[in-house]
Design a protein around this ligand. Structure first.
Ligand SMILES: Cc1ncc(COP(=O)(O)O)c(C=O)c1O
Length: 378
């Protein structure tokens, strides 16, 4: 018989986080309400400056979501029907969805087993086989960067642009360089589950290129370049001042929260390496010099059984992602088949995200690890 655990360790505890910052957030929200300035404006400008500095880029442009950040980045690089964009099949839907929204075609390349990120050893062959590829979107999945140097070598000589999908990786570093500052454009999400999450949707695009920044700023307001003057056809994707005000409060805590996540990840690794269980904890590659652990994702045998066992013990977990993008119904027209990306497909059958958020205590992690051991010993 299943018992319901007294103890609850949710995958993410946003209520606990809000309780901690409530006294800072409410006045910030009221400041915007009293100003009645809800769209773009000072709060958004200030946040853009803060995120640009944090990401070591010259420019940052706020927008309505991480999905729109990708869309705007592709639009700014003039990706259009007939173009192809290389990315991975093991990611959140939006990475490939944004490509298709513009009538372009995603071309997938498999991931590395150790990092879950784009396998750069496969990119050259993919570019040779798909000469219409005009841009590559490496995804910095779960909080750690893809191998960007290898990609730069392959793309620069061919004039192919690079958009970093850094939705899950604000503050992550690749060989000491910040996510979002390495490619032509970086895309961030402020979805509430992110390390820097708003009280609703939000996103941001970063770049070092002034002309791209100008274009992105126009594209988010219907391509407007002057009073009732539209040089391009853009979209409506503005960041709300309310979100920017909340994000500016949370931004002050971001580094300490990411540090807590790193400590939690270290504790998991230490405890799981001692336990004799068929579970593999992520080990960052040498080039991933700062992992911000938006998710702590293990690979495990009998994943569904383990997840059910953890649930009985009050422990939240999640599968990111149970089905690769090339196997989604809406991408059948791309012509891929099961087995085409074996590393991604294996990951989809083995991964499980464990609670790593800053509110999780050392005792919680011991309990999660004991529960994992108990599952495999029964
Ligand atoms: C890798 C990745 N790309 C893009 C997105 C899209 O961001 P949003 O949900 O803010 O639209 C997400 C967010 O969930 C993501 O994880």
């Amino acid at each position: 018989m299943n018992t319901v655990s007294e103890r609850q360790i949710p995958l993410l505890d946003l209520k606990a986080q809000h309780a901690m910052i409530r006294d800072e957030v409410i006045p910030a929200i009221m400041r915007v309400v009293d100003s009645q300035q809800f769209i773009l404006g000072n709060e958004v400008n200030q946040l853009e400056l803060e995120i640009a500095a944090y990401s070591s880029t010259n420019y940052a442009v706020g927008c309505a979501s991480g999905t729109d950040a990708l869309l705007l980045a592709l639009m700014a690089l003039d990706i259009r029907p007939g173009d192809e964009v290389l990315t991975v099949p093991f990611t959140f839907f939006a990475t490939a969805g944004a490509i298709c929204t513009l009538g372009a075609k995603p071309v997938f390349v498999d991931i590395e087993p150790a990092t879950f990120n784009m396998d750069m050893n496969r990119v050259e062959d993919a570019l040779k086989a798909n000469p219409r590829v005009r841009a590559v979107i490496p995804v910095h999945l779960f909080g750690a960067c893809a191998d960007m140097d290898a990609l730069e070598t392959l793309t620069r000589s061919r004039g192919i642009r690079v958009i970093e999908d850094a939705a899950q990786s604000i503050g992550a570093e690749y060989k000491g360089r910040r996510a979002g500052s390495i490619g032509d454009i970086g895309c961030f999400s402020f979805y509430p589950t992110k390390n820097l999450g708003g009280y609703g949707d939000g996103g941001m695009v970063t770049t070092n290129d002034k002309s791209l920044s100008d274009r992105l700023k126009a594209l988010r307001i219907h391509g407007r370049t002057g009073e009732y003057l539209h040089r391009w056809i853009g979209i409506n994707s503005r960041l709300d001042a309310l979100q920017a005000a909340v994000l500016r409060v949370k931004f002050r805590h971001l580094d300490s929260w990411s540090a807590r996540r790193q400590e939690n990840a270290d504790s998991y690794r230490r405890l799981l390496s001692r336990a004799e269980v068929p579970v593999f904890a992520p080990q960052p590659a040498a080039y991933q010099t700062r992992h911000i652990y938006n998710q702590f994702v293990i690979r495990c045998a009998n994943r569904d059984g383990l997840q059910a066992h953890l649930r009985e013990r009050g422990i939240g977990s999640e599968i990111y992602y149970p089905l690769c993008l090339h196997q989604q119904e809406c991408f059948a027209w791309l012509g891929y088949h099961a087995g085409d990306f074996p590393v991604s497909e294996k990951a989809a059958s083995e991964v499980l995200a464990l609670p790593v958020n800053p509110e999780v205590s050392a005792e919680d992690i011991e309990y999660v690890c004991e529960s994992i051991v108990a599952h495999y010993r029964r």
